[in-house]
Design a protein around this ligand. Structure first.
Ligand SMILES: N[C@@H](CCC(=O)N[C@@H](CS)C(=O)NCC(=O)O)C(=O)O
Length: 402
């Protein structure tokens, strides 16, 4: 029973759904694309079906125009990623799994990019795939590389590009144009770059995460081989979880935050909170079996859900207006799961940079926050494992979880 919601004064007809405690209204329609593991070159410049969107997105002054002007639906539609090749351990692969050959460009602010950083650490790829992080500010030309003068963007490998040939590049867009001078899409991170063929292998985080999970297994330290993020026995359930979580949570926060009409915002924010209710129920019921989404073993689901949940209270609650509840006071099982990952598994904590996260959203999205003032709270960004916000602590009868 979602008491907080039931008491809410929000006037949305769909909110009443959330008070029933039923899961029957959740859609489990699959929305993720299936993975193509072929190793032949396939730069799929997918037509988003909305040419106007791409044209608007390309205009420099319109980088934050997520919903094209004149689009009466007010709905944010995410562009499909364009570079979809795979690194492979197969002999003769076009992009063979080799140490030192690939570079990963990320932003610490970006949840999609952080998925790949977490996988890189979990699978012991730190000496095999290099990485660097852009500055958190995404201006009219998109993500920019930090300069030696930048003193406001601390973090591991927040550096000018260390890739040979990219030293003079100022923006990520130059990497895209090197790979394809006619590139017409958005200049997104993550970007997985091949230093030998001087091209982008892949810019789709779900696929980079998947290939990091297996394709370097022959050359990593053997102790990382057993970490199987997409185990055969769980694939069906993992795919199902990805489908609703991608659409309603990972992308759901953006669909709520970038909406340009009240209707589009309400439609998406309600679906988001329905999905969080579903996640809460799953984690609460499975808590006894282990700390992860599927109990004792960590999988892609933990990584993909974590990167959105860790940003939820610090950014999405206020900046994207996802404020029907917050995680720390409204979702105890999700909150506990998130903190166990953050505080107990270094790959999660070490790749989370709240400075980049908070500054990026609040100061780059000037369409949403024109004065670029970054809210100070919540304090702290994440609570220690044993702490609860006062109201939750009281509700639990001061019984503290460890
Ligand atoms: N499908 C991509 C989405 C990546 C994405 O949208 N990244 C955002 C940052 S969180 C970005 O770089 N946006 C720049 C832009 O759209 O101009 C993935 O999952 O890798």
């Amino acid at each position: 029973m979602n008491l907080l919601l039931c008491r809410s004064k929000l006037a949305s007809s769909r909110i009443s759904l959330l008070c029933k405690g039923s899961s029957s209204h959740f859609s489990t329609k699959r929305v993720t694309s299936s993975f193509n593991t072929t190793t032949t070159t396939q730069q799929i410049f997918i037509n988003s079906g909305n040419r106007e969107f791409q044209t608007a997105a390309m205009a420099e002054s319109k980088i934050t125009e997520w919903v094209p002007k004149g689009d009466k639906t007010g709905e944010f539609r995410r562009q499909q990623s364009s570079f979809r090749n795979f690194i492979s351990k197969e002999k003769g692969a076009q992009f063979p799994a080799e140490k030192g050959r690939y570079h990963l460009y990320v932003s610490y602010a970006c949840p999609w990019a952080t998925r790949t950083l977490i996988a890189r650490k979990l699978k012991g790829l730190e000496d095999i795939v290099s990485f660097s992080a852009v500055h958190w500010y995404m201006g009219p030309k998109g993500w920019r590389f930090p300069t030696p003068e930048d003193t406001d963007a601390a973090g591991e490998n927040v550096t000018p590009s260390p890739v040979q040939g990219h030293e003079k590049y100022t923006h990520i867009r130059e990497v895209y144009f090197q790979a394809n001078p006619h590139y017409e899409g958005r200049f997104t991170v993550p970007v997985l770059y091949d230093k030998i063929q001087k091209t982008i292998v892949n810019n789709e985080s779900s696929e980079i995460l998947r290939m990091f999970g297996t394709e370097f297994d022959d050359i990593i330290d053997p102790r990382y081989r057993d970490i199987d993020l997409y185990p055969a026995a769980l694939r069906k359930e993992i795919d199902e979880a990805h489908a609703w979580q991608y659409d309603l949570i990972n992308n759901g926060v953006y669909k709520a935050g970038f909406a340009t009409t009240q209707e589009a915002y309400e439609r998406n924010v309600v679906k988001l909170f329905e999905a969080l209710d579903r996640a809460e129920a799953h984690l609460r019921d499975g808590e006894a079996e282990g700390p992860f989404w599927f109990g004792e073993r960590i999988t892609e689901v933990d990584i993909r859900l974590f990167v959105t949940i860790i940003r939820f209270d610090p950014v999405y609650v206020q900046h994207f207006k996802c404020n029907i509840r917050d995680i720390r006071s409204g979702y105890p099982a999700i909150h506990h799961w998130m903190r166990r990952l953050y505080w107990s598994v270094p790959a999660f904590k070490d790749t989370t940079n709240f400075l980049h996260i908070k500054n990026h959203y609040t100061r780059s999205h000037t369409n949403i926050n024109p004065l670029s003032i970054t809210p100070l709270g919540p304090v702290p960004d994440i609570l220690p494992l044993g702490d609860e916000v006062a109201a939750v602590g009281a509700a639990l009868g001061a019984k503290v979880r460890v």
